[in-house]
Design a protein around this ligand. Structure first.
Ligand code: SF4
Length: 357
């Protein structure tokens, strides 16, 4: 059981980040912010994939003014990601965004920050300070040897936090992202020793496909295992739904989120049926449920049931037949073509029983 570090609880629209709130999974809008219809369609896809929060970057006032139209059509909170332009930040708050990602240090002076903070207070909109190793202040880089050290990242966060705290504002979430995994982990660890503001985890520019998933999983999981992190985004050069699915899997495998888990063996020369096709079909089915159940799809009857003893239910294929097993014990032998249906039936039965108990 992972013991989570206690952080401040921040309300973001209809959910919470930090405190004892469940760890949330975020993604971003990746289409043209001017096209409300397309943006809404993508956010709805993210919602269907299980996103808790989404975020949108803006490039001009025209797209900032789309936030209220978008908000009316979606269920999850939306965050406006704004750099440098305080007028866009003010307008985003007026448009009803649920959170702003903004660094007070680069918004163009304390008077502008004051205006944003005053409006954020009035509308109860929290702010995320997003420190990125790639855009640290020059003096901090010099102070720490010319490269982005974890200490430099934390000091940059501290500067931004101080600006807000001096204005008596504490509805703050912080991220300290880098594309280097070790740097990311060290920066978050160092920060969490000093502050109790909730942390948004992520490894930035993680890359495409498999490499991105691996990189993000290592970085994010290392921190979650230490009890650090209140919300996360898996940044992938891929569709937002992929980011969400990966984020949710990370939480499930660490026991930090409810949901089904599929166990399947790597197959070997003992496998005598199309196990990969069955595993894929079961994986798709499991995406339609959110109950906690461990399901195994194994390559052979000889070792399958034993190797997958921890699963609530599983199937192990043989030649023309398969064995349905519960907690490692074979309960039924079935024809190969019935394996999918029988397994799904048993999964539903077990879930029903769990819910009644
Ligand atoms: S369960 Fe059977 S098929 Fe799968 S890896 Fe083990 S021995 Fe091979």
């Amino acid at each position: 059981m992972i013991k989570r570090k206690k952080t401040k609880k921040i309300r973001v629209g209809n959910i919470y980040i930090g405190g004892n709130a469940p760890i949330t999974v975020q993604t971003m809008v990746k289409t043209d912010a001017h096209d409300v219809k397309v943006v809404v369609r993508q956010i709805k896809e993210s919602e269907a994939a299980g996103a808790d929060i989404t975020r949108m970057n803006v490039l001009d006032m025209e797209s900032v003014k789309n936030f209220s139209k978008i908000k009316k059509q979606i269920k999850i909170p939306i965050v406006a990601d704004i750099h440098f332009n305080y007028l866009w930040a003010m307008e985003a708050i007026k448009q009803g965004v649920d959170k702003l990602r903004i660094n007070p240090g680069n918004i163009g002076g304390i008077d502008k920050v004051k205006k944003i903070v005053s409006l954020a207070k009035e509308r109860e909109v929290p702010l995320r300070i997003g420190i990125n190793a790639g855009s640290l202040e020059k003096d901090l880089l010099e102070k720490y040897g010319g490269h982005p050290a974890p200490e430099a990242m934390v000091e940059s966060a501290a500067r931004n936090i101080k600006i807000l705290e001096d204005l008596d504002y504490d509805q703050i979430v912080v991220s300290l992202k880098a594309s280097d995994i070790q740097l990311t982990i060290q920066a978050y660890q160092l920060f969490s020793q000093k502050y109790d503001y909730p942390l948004h985890l992520g490894v930035t520019e993680a890359g495409p496909g498999k490499a991105g998933i691996i990189k993000s999983s290592i970085g994010i999981s290392s921190l979650l295992l230490k009890g650090i992190g209140d919300t996360l985004r898996v940044s992938l050069s891929a569709d937002p739904t992929e980011e969400i699915k990966t984020g949710k899997e990370i939480l499930k495998f660490l026991g930090l989120k409810k949901g089904p888990i599929l166990i399947s063996c790597p197959t070997c020369s003992r496998t005598q049926y199309n196990m990969l096709a069955l595993a894929e079909k079961i994986e798709n089915f499991l995406e339609t449920i959110d109950s906690s159940i461990k399901v195994a799809v194994m390559g052979c009857v000889v070792n399958g049931p034993g190797e997958a003893r921890e699963a609530d239910v599983g199937i192990a294929g043989g030649k023309k037949t398969g064995a349905l097993f519960v907690k490692g014990k074979i309960i039924k032998t079935i024809a190969e073509k019935e394996m999918f249906n029988e397994l799904v039936l048993m999964i539903k039965k077990i879930i029903e029983k769990k819910e009644k108990d």
